[in-house]
Design a protein around this ligand. Structure first.
Ligand code: ADP
Ligand code: MG
Length: 235
């Protein structure tokens, strides 16, 4: 059952810096994420969650070990692996609709179609009214929702959301998780969400945790014990 493994880490580690100043952000992490997986990664600040997500997205290269993407035809790009970044990620000179449509336009979609899809995805996170604003004119929580909409618009096979509710109140955060899960279901995608919030973690079917750069052992889940997916995998 390798075909639906979107990403696999084999003892993947990432160290920043060298010598006495070196920081091991992630120690040999081993895990697999499949289409249909709904995984929360919890852990204190500085435990390596963002670094692990960046390894899964090929935004960082492991300093040892290996990360592979058996279920993707090629190395991840925005159309296959979507990342909701923890920090600000909108382009200041573009309005919110343009920011949301940008990955589609870069992928070659005609602008009107890209804009239409961007507006639909903004509406999913209650942000359609922000379409004509610039990033500097919206709040941190609104920017976080726009970053979610931008990833949904690209319809990736794997969604990696780094503390996507960190600046949202509980109700709004809950709605954003609903939208992420519903979109992942509709796409037959894998979904990984890092969070400090136990309510958010509880909304996902599996929980992993990180402490001091160590991903807690993830026992293999037998196929018949895996949570059911609504649409079937790989659609
Ligand atoms: P988390 O997302 O759980 O807060 P991070 O992955 O951001 O954890 O960070 C893990 C560790 O790696 C921390 O000690 C952090 O200071 C360090 N770190 C992260 N990114 C860098 C970087 N670009 N350069 C140096 N150290 C970094
Ligand atoms: Mg982080």
């Amino acid at each position: 059952m390798n075909a639906d493994v979107l990403v696999r880490c084999r003892a993947a580690a990432r160290t920043y810096g060298t010598g006495p100043a070196a920081v091991v952000a992630v120690h040999g992490a081993s895990c697999e994420i499949r289409a249909g997986d709904r995984i929360a990664i919890t852990g204190p600040s500085g435990s390596g969650k963002s670094t692990l997500l960046h390894l899964l997205a090929a935004l960082e290269t492991p300093t040892s070990g290996k990360v592979t993407w058996p279920g993707l035809a090629q190395k991840p790009g925005p159309d296959t692996v979507g990342v909701v970044f923890q920090g600000p990620s909108l382009i200041p000179a573009l309005d919110i609709a343009e920011n949301t449509a940008l990955p589609l336009i870069l992928a070659g979609q005609p602008e009107p179609a890209a804009r239409g899809r961007a507006l639909d995805c903004l509406a999913l996170v209650d942000a359609a009214h922000l379409a004509d604003k610039l990033p500097e004119e919206i709040s941190g929580g609104q920017a976080q929702r726009v970053a979610v909409a931008r990833v949904l618009a690209a319809a990736p096979r794997l969604i990696l959301a780094d503390e996507p509710t960190g600046q949202l109140d509980q109700d709004t955060g809950s709605r954003v998780i609903d939208v992420l899960v519903a979109t992942a279901d509709a796409l037959g995608a894998g979904l990984v969400v890092t969070t400090h919030d136990p309510h958010v973690a509880g909304r996902l079917s599996r929980q992993w945790s990180m402490h001091d750069g160590r991903l807690q052992p993830v026992p293999p889940v037998p196929q018949d014990a895996r949570p059911p997916t609504r649409q079937g995998d790989g659609q």
